[in-house]
Ligand binder design. Structure first.
Ligand SMILES: *Cc1c(COP(=O)(O)O)cnc(C)c1O
Length: 393
């Protein structure tokens, strides 16, 4: 076996990876120029934000869409619009971005940090059920990494316990569960357009929902408590200015036309990577999707190293090979800032798996099949070396 790059050998992937976000397309430039020249960029109820909200909702199988500042605020607003606040509990998975817990705290409610399934790392009927207590009013289902959560079983448990279901789809624009887009499978679906996401305007957020009254409350909370047809200084409730701007909508609208192509591109990378990993018997595998997934939108790729290997060393050696990986989320249960204000359920499922997982980021998945092949080579070389030298099984 040739020498690892970390020991002075040649790297498996010497080139660069595509950057993210990509440069603005001709369509984005044209729409930006149009909105700047029209003067409508200053509008608090501009046509582009409304068009984005409508088209994004239709695209995700929902009746209504409301654009807003970001994905964290979208989670907060969805909870507040459902009347969730002090004294209420919201179940969140332990393996997710911290915004899932901080948005619950912002709403004045208590996060319940739940275990995840050790196979697919999503909430399951079992882990959700184990987290529910007498004050639990909602569950935040996260479509992690572009992989839809197992909605059949989660909706069944939620319905039995009368829970409001928020789908955190910040990583799952265009993902499908049983051929249905995510977002409108539960009560409210939230999306983020922060710069790392599959569609981005630098920042931004959006909620899709079917219920007209819920969506009117969401709109009102984002518009200082106004009502859609009400007077400017009539405030029906406490709300805030959480609006998106026309400039952001101008960047996002054209993206709807290319989202499918970009998902297909990332899927081709993942197919090639999976095939090569298997051929080379590296021991690494792609973390599987729950049964019922019909389209993973491939926000990022979670790879199981296959053994309790020294993950930090593996990540360093992979970076030297030109394949930088991420160690992924720490369990929310270990982040004292939120765990100290949450109810924490034991998480044996997450603890069994998360320490073996590394992530390939979305911008890498935008690479071609040659990139996928050299990434798989890097895994094979590094893991082979780790097993041989460190005598790990
Ligand atoms: C990015 C993200 C958020 C927060 O979105 P922002 O727009 O950055 O506030 C929430 N949940 C998940 C799972 C995310 O990945």
């Amino acid at each position: 076996m040739s020498m690892l790059a970390i020991d002075g050998g040649a790297p498996s992937h010497p080139g660069s990876w595509p950057s993210w976000p990509p440069a603005a397309s001709a369509e984005q430039r044209a729409l930006l120029l149009e909105v700047v020249e029209s003067g409508a960029w200053g509008s608090t109820s501009g046509p582009l934000c409304q068009r984005l909200a409508d088209r994004f909702a239709a695209r995700h199988g929902a009746e209504h869409g409301i654009a807003m500042t970001n994905g964290t605020i979208a989670l907060f607003v969805a909870l507040r619009a459902a009347g969730i606040g002090p004294g209420d509990e919201v179940v969140v998975p332990s393996y997710t971005f911290i915004a899932c817990a901080t948005s619950v705290l912002l709403a004045g409610a208590t996060p319940v940090i739940a275990d995840v399934d050790p196979e697919h790392l999503h909430l399951s009927a079992e882990t959700l059920e184990a987290a529910i207590g007498p004050r639990t009013r909602a569950v935040m289902v996260v479509h992690l990494a572009g992989s839809p959560a197992p909605m059949d079983e989660l909706l069944r448990v939620a319905s039995r316990h009368d829970l409001f279901v928020v789908e955190d789809s910040a990583q799952a624009h265009g993902a499908h569960w049983r051929d249905q887009p995510v977002g409108a499978l539960g009560d409210a679906g939230t999306f983020s357009f922060q710069s790392s996401k599959a569609m981005t305007a630098g920042e931004g957020g959006l909620i899709v929902a079917d219920d007209p009254e819920l969506s009117d409350r969401i709109w009102s909370l984002c518009n200082v408590g106004r009502e859609r047809d009400g007077a400017w200084y009539h405030h029906a409730r406490v709300g805030w200015n959480l609006r998106m701007t026309e400039l952001q909508a101008a960047l996002l609208l054209p993206w709807l036309e290319r989202l499918d192509d970009e998902i297909a591109m990332r899927e081709r990378f993942v197919d090639a990577f999976r095939e090569r990993l298997a051929e080379r018997d590296s021991g690494a595998t792609i973390v599987p999707d729950p049964e019922g997934t019909t389209r993973n939108s491939r926000h990022l790729l979670m790879v199981d190293l296959g053994a309790d290997i020294e993950r930090r060393w593996v990540a360093e050696a992979l970076a030297a090979e030109g394949v930088p990986v991420d160690l992924g989320y720490p369990s929310l249960a270990t982040i004292d800032a939120v765990a100290s204000q949450s109810r924490v359920v034991p998480t044996p499922g997450l603890d069994a798996r998360a320490g073996r997982v590394v992530w390939l980021r979305q911008h890498m998945l935008m690479g071609g099949e040659t990139d996928a092949a050299s990434a798989a080579t890097a895994f094979e070389r590094v893991l082979g070396d780790a097993r041989a030298r460190r005598q790990l099984s």
